[in-house]
Design a protein around this ligand. Structure first.
Ligand code: PHE
Length: 356
């Protein structure tokens, strides 16, 4: 009979979609039960009296069976989902991802430099990348309009509402002045430039900027500044500090330095320093050979700078030096192209980066 056929089809429907197809085939507009109901209209009244309740009863019964089957299917689906999505907390953990970050060679080199100077009793300070014209030039004894200002291909900032002239600092030397100004009489403005009284022994690493770009120059580069101020600091100490630093940095037992007279407005006398090396092979070898490589600038701090920073140049004197970080990193780690430092090429970083 139609009833048993439909009941079997309902029981056999194992998805909600299949069950809905059965419902449409029975109770839909063109369904088998609907077709039976339609025959009632053309029946004789006596026949209709008995057939009516039977057909309507079938319709109600089938609708009930579909409803019950639907609930059962829904419950089974929920059970299956709960089972599939359950978390087995006893399973072992996923292995750690294999791609790991690396420390950039510049960061590594700055860490190495500051560690060496820390061992020699130096503190560390930092200053702002956006520097005032005053700290970058004027306080460092560059007179207004002096041609020495042109030696630095400066990036000038638009003057702000306060009218203060600002630049992207062309060197880390302005931090010398900031550090000397922050004596314990004047509380430090920030932890970056801690308050220091003489004797001052400090290194100041950071980014520097010049409008210059070729194989050996990038518009942004890095320097580390050194400053020692005391009552009797002298050029012999400067030489010792530089030798000790370079030996430790390049991990060689000896370095030979050559001091050439030079000019910086903020030091007097001023010197450029070459390190003896071997440039005959692919990689430069420091501490051997008969070639020279310019490696840093230095000198005795000019009395005007000491005075501009609020110290008495008749009491205090000292020396300063500035080293190109990128340059010595390339030398130490045999990296041929300066520009690669700032390309953010993942393959380069994986190759030259350091394990944390
Ligand atoms: N500031 C100089 C430069 O960038 C380097 C330097 C630092 C020279 C300290 C002397 C003393 O070229």
């Amino acid at each position: 009979t139609l009833r048993t056929e439909l009941a079997a089809a309902i029981a056999a429907a194992d998805t909600e979609a299949a069950l809905d197809a059965v419902r449409v085939s029975a109770l839909g507009k063109k369904g088998s039960v609907s077709a039976l109901l339609a025959t009632l209209g053309s029946m004789a009244p006596e026949d209709r009296r008995s057939a009516g309740p039977a057909i309507n009863g079938l319709k109600t019964e089938i609708a009930g069976l579909i409803e019950a089957r639907n609930s059962a299917l829904k419950a089974a689906a929920l059970d299956a989902r709960l089972k599939a999505e359950s978390v087995d907390v006893t399973l072992p953990l996923q292995p750690a991802p294999t791609a790991r970050g690396r420390i950039h060679p510049i960061s590594q080199t700055i860490d190495e430099i500051t560690a060496i100077f820390s061992d020699m009793g130096f503190s560390i300070a930092e200053g702002p990348d956006i520097e005032t014209d005053y700290y970058n030039f004027t306080a460092l004894n560059f007179p207004e309009g002096h041609p020495a200002r042109e030696m630095h291909d400066t990036f000038f900032m638009k003057p702000g509402a306060d009218g203060v002239k600002k630049v992207l600092r062309t060197h880390t030397s302005p931090v010398q002045v900031r550090v000397m100004q922050k004596t314990s009489q004047k509380p430090a403005a920030s932890y970056l430039t801690p308050a220091m009284d003489p004797p001052i022994r400090v290194v100041m690493p950071g980014r520097t900027y010049r409008n210059d770009s070729d194989q050996t120059h990038t518009p942004m580069f890095h320097q580390v500044e050194g400053l020692v101020i005391d009552k009797s600091s002298h050029i012999g100490q400067l030489r010792w500090v530089l030798e000790e630093f370079l030996k430790a940095f390049f991990e060689v037992p000896n370095v030979t330095l050559r001091f050439r007279p030079s000019f910086f407005p903020f030091t007097e006398p001023s010197m450029e320093v070459d390190v003896q090396c071997d440039r005959s092979g692919n990689e430069v070898k420091i501490g051997e050979g008969s070639d020279w490589l310019e490696i840093l600038g230095c000198g005795m701090v000019h009395p005007n700078v000491i005075r501009n920073a609020g110290l008495d140049p008749d009491v205090y004197q000292g020396f300063a030096f500035g080293v190109g970080i990128d340059r010595i990193a390339m030398l130490k780690y045999g990296m041929p192209d300066l520009r690669a430092f700032f390309d953010a090429d993942q393959r380069w970083l994986d190759h030259y980066g350091f394990r944390p």
